[in-house]
Every structure is written in structure tokens, then in C-alpha cells.
Design a protein around this ligand. Structure first.
Ligand SMILES: Cc1cc2nc3c(=O)[nH]c(=O)nc-3n(C[C@H](O)[C@H](O)[C@H](O)COP(=O)(O)O)c2cc1C
Length: 158
């Protein structure tokens, strides 16, 4: 069974999570697609699809939204997993619900909030200032939800 893992990552967290999902499934049975570089993906070659993106200022990347909208029919025909990187625990579910269309969320076998990271080394000056002000956090921190990643894979396999 071949799985396409389609993602967009700003500072590398979602890419890291996509790789962790690939390892959990078995690398030989997955193909990773970074929407920054690859936009036209032939989903007919895959049995299952997993999509991930991250939240910045309340929204998921436009390229993830465009991929979901542009491939809606194919996505509804296959087992689907959705995941999201974000740091705000209290708003996480609300952000997830506005990130992915209702049709895909209700079709998906697994919907997971996979945590997030603040990576100050990769942020620009403005991003650092915003994160310091809004969250009070001043140093890099990682809150990747490893059990959520394992659950996603096991729900996809069920
Ligand atoms: C400028 C900026 C804005 C962010 N805004 C939000 C937000 O509105 N809500 C949230 O839950 N997390 C927010 N985050 C946290 C990101 O979702 C988190 O850093 C995530 O791990 C980024 O994943 P990526 O590196 O794959 O893009 C923000 C991070 C940055 C740097």
C-alpha cells in the first residue's frame, strides 16, 4: 500500500513530523511531497493520502488549502489523514477546523494536532518579536506530539 504524505512547512516542524509519519509507516511505502516545491501531484498512483500544514497568525498555508480544494474528489475517494502543527493548545481544535474543509475532516480516517515548535534560529526579526510578545517564550522549544503521530498511523492502518 503506497501512501502520499503532502505537506507545507515554514520553519521545518511539519517537515519533521511528515518524516516521522513516513518512518512510522515504513519509508519504502511512502512518498513525501513538499508543496513548496511540488504542486502538481498525481494522486492516482497512491492508495492513501496524508496532508499536513502549520498555523501562522491563525491560518494554515494557502498552498495546503489550494491542494485540498484542487484535489477534493480524489481525496474523498481514498483513505485520508490530516495533521496540523501549531503551538496554541486552547485554539488548536478551532484552528484545525478552519484549516481543513468540513468535507475532508468528516471523510478522514484520522485528524491529529501534532504539536509544534518555536525555532528562534529560523525566525526573522519580526517573527521573533511577535512570538516573544504574544507567547512570552524567548527560546526555542519543541512540543511535537509523538503519541499523536503514532495514533495517526495506527488509525490510518485500522
Ligand atoms: C510568526 C509565527 C506565528 C505563529 N502563529 C501561530 C498561531 O496563530 N497559532 C498557533 O497555534 N501557532 C502559531 N505559531 C506556531 C507554529 O504553528 C509552530 O511554530 C509550528 O511548529 C510551525 O511549523 P512549521 O515550521 O512546519 O511551519 C506561529 C509561529 C510563528 C513563527
Amino acid at each position: 500500500m503506497k501512501t502520499a504524505i503532502v505537506y507545507r512547512s515554514h520553519h521545518g516542524t511539519t517537515e519533521k513530523v511528515a518524516n516521522m509519519i513516513s518512518e512510522e509507516i515504513g519509508k519504502e511505502n511512502t512518498r513525501l511531497f513538499n508543496l513548496k516545491k511540488e504542486k502538481l501531484i498525481d494522486l492516482s498512483k497512491f492508495d492513501r493520502v496524508i496532508i499536513g500544514g502549520s498555523i501562522h497568525a491563525g491560518s494554515i498555508q494557502k498552498s495546503v488549502k489550494e491542494f485540498c480544494a484542487g484535489n477534493m474528489v480524489a481525496l474523498l475517494e481514498k483513505p485520508l489523514g490530516l495533521f496540523l502543527s501549531c503551538m496554541e493548545d486552547q485554539k488548536a481544535r478551532e484552528q484545525f477546523d478552519s484549516a481543513y474543509p468540513e468535507l475532508l475532516r468528516s471523510h478522514a480516517r484520522s485528524c491529529k494536532i501534532t504539536g509544534g515548535e518555536f525555532n528562534f534560529d529560523k525566525m526573522n526579526f519580526l517573527e521573533k518579536a511577535i512570538i516573544r510578545k504574544v507567547s512570552g517564550i524567548k527560546e526555542s522549544v519543541s512540543k511535537i506530539n509523538e503519541s499523536g503521530i503514532k495514533e495517526l498511523v495506527s488509525e490510518m492502518n485500522a
